[in-house]
Ligand binder design. Structure first.
Ligand SMILES: Cc1ncc(COP(=O)(O)O)c(C=O)c1O
Length: 384
């Protein structure tokens, strides 16, 4: 079986973890989590990162902190039609109004013309941008549009950790960005995720809201200020909640795993990019190929294919024990939970991806033989 994903936590990592556990450390969120957050921030090029129990929690936490912190000028948030369920879900859960934007057919992120129409007509507060499968979007144009229409740029970088646009890592362009460290993503902490930002006020909101809304993990200066503002004694502060928070913490055990994952991330990114380039050469799909923008680094998460012969190719791949999945969530406008709330929404390009899109394995442990085997099946099945 050629699987979509191979665990990035290997036997050596487990052995290392076991010997650390033998020192009987504290396992709940503590010093190791702070070390991981610092290491990740340095690696990505941001001032602050908050380690959470998943990328989905990171999305919900980020949006809620922005809402509570009055960063949003209104309730409208643009979400790409091609994205993940937990990009759209938190917008709905928080009582915000989602506006779905069609995708482009180059890198599968938002269609800039449709985005500008939405910006003009609806004047949204924020765009929760998603870079799909590590394909690198036109960040300059995106930033221009967001600043022209005064829309906050937020980045869901869960599928594109380590990708670069003109030498700058995705996840460092917007006010805040999220990452997933779930098994199968670029690095794994079993389950996990980050929110990263350069904004100190937002960071402190995120930290407090990650743990119930209390002040325990905040700087002494902020703790003192909050306790003074609300006339709270040191003793009572232990159970004083300044924000309506969550418990989205991960653990030091998982943070410990994350520390060495980051060390391997650059090499894995190179391998993912090399696999992507091999697929680009090997696959002969006349209908559609992903666009590789100049001056970018594509640490491809999985390789996307769009073909009207999808059903045949998928069945051929499955018969040959190659794992294959639909193109992320297809179009959000056709997902039952969206239809129930707002009715079905067909968008031109997203509908094509929904109908004809799928993705095939790309992970650092694939061999050239695997890539050739998979590509040959696709080439034989691609009838159009
Ligand atoms: C774009 C995107 N955002 C968010 C998530 C959620 O991450 P997690 O599985 O860690 O909750 C995923 C998961 O694959 C994703 O692909």
């Amino acid at each position: 079986m050629i699987t979509l994903v191979k665990d990035t936590i290997d036997n050596k990592d487990i052995d290392r973890l076991v010997s650390w556990l033998k020192s009987y450390p504290k396992l709940t969120k503590g010093a190791v989590t702070i070390e991981l957050e610092k290491k990740f921030s340095d690696w990505i090029g941001r001032k602050y990162s908050v380690f959470c129990n998943s990328g989905s929690s990171a999305n919900l936490l980020m949006l809620y902190a922005l809402k509570e912190g009055k960063y949003l000028k209104n309730n409208k948030v643009v979400v790409p039609a091609i994205s993940w369920a937990t990009d759209l879900a938190p917008v709905i859960q928080l009582g915000l109004d989602p506006i779905l934007c069609d995708c482009n057919l180059e890198d599968l992120s938002v269609d800039l013309e449709h985005l500008e129409e939405i910006f003009k007509k609806d004047k949204p507060a924020a765009l929760l941008f998603v870079s799909i499968l590590g394909l690198v979007p036109d960040m300059s144009q995106l930033i221009k549009l967001c600043s022209k229409y005064d829309v906050l740029l937020l980045e869901d970088t869960c599928e594109s950790m380590g990708c670069e646009y003109k030498g700058q890592k995705l996840g460092t362009f917007g006010l805040a960005s999220t990452f997933s460290t779930y098994f199968g993503h670029h690095i794994s902490t079993i389950e996990g995720g980050f929110v990263s930002t350069d904004d100190l006020d937002l960071y402190e909101l995120l930290v407090s809201m990650r743990s119930h809304g209390w002040d325990r993990d905040l700087s002494t200066k902020t703790q003192k200020q909050l306790q003074k503002d609300w006339n709270i004694s040191k003793f009572n502060s232990l159970y004083t909640f300044y924000y309506s928070g969550f418990n989205f913490r991960s653990t030091d055990l998982q943070a410990y795993i994350g520390l060495t994952q980051i060390d391997k991330l650059d090499d894995w990114g190179l391998k993912r990019e090399a696999n992507f380039k091999s697929y680009q050469n090997l696959i002969n799909n006349k209908y559609w190929m992903p666009y590789e923008r100049p001056n970018t680094f594509i640490s491809n998460f999985a390789y996307p294919v769009i073909s009207p012969s999808r059903d045949k190719i998928v069945s051929d791949l499955q018969k040959n024990n190659v794992e294959v999945r639909p193109m992320i969530s297809g179009s959000m406008g056709t997902q039952p939970f969206y239809i129930k709330a707002y009715g079905r929404l067909e968008l031109k390009n997203a509908s094509i991806v929904d109908k004809y899109g799928f993705y095939i394995p790309n992970h650092p442990k694939l061999s050239q033989k695997d890539l050739e085997f998979i590509s040959e099946i696709i080439n034989k099945g691609d009838l159009k």
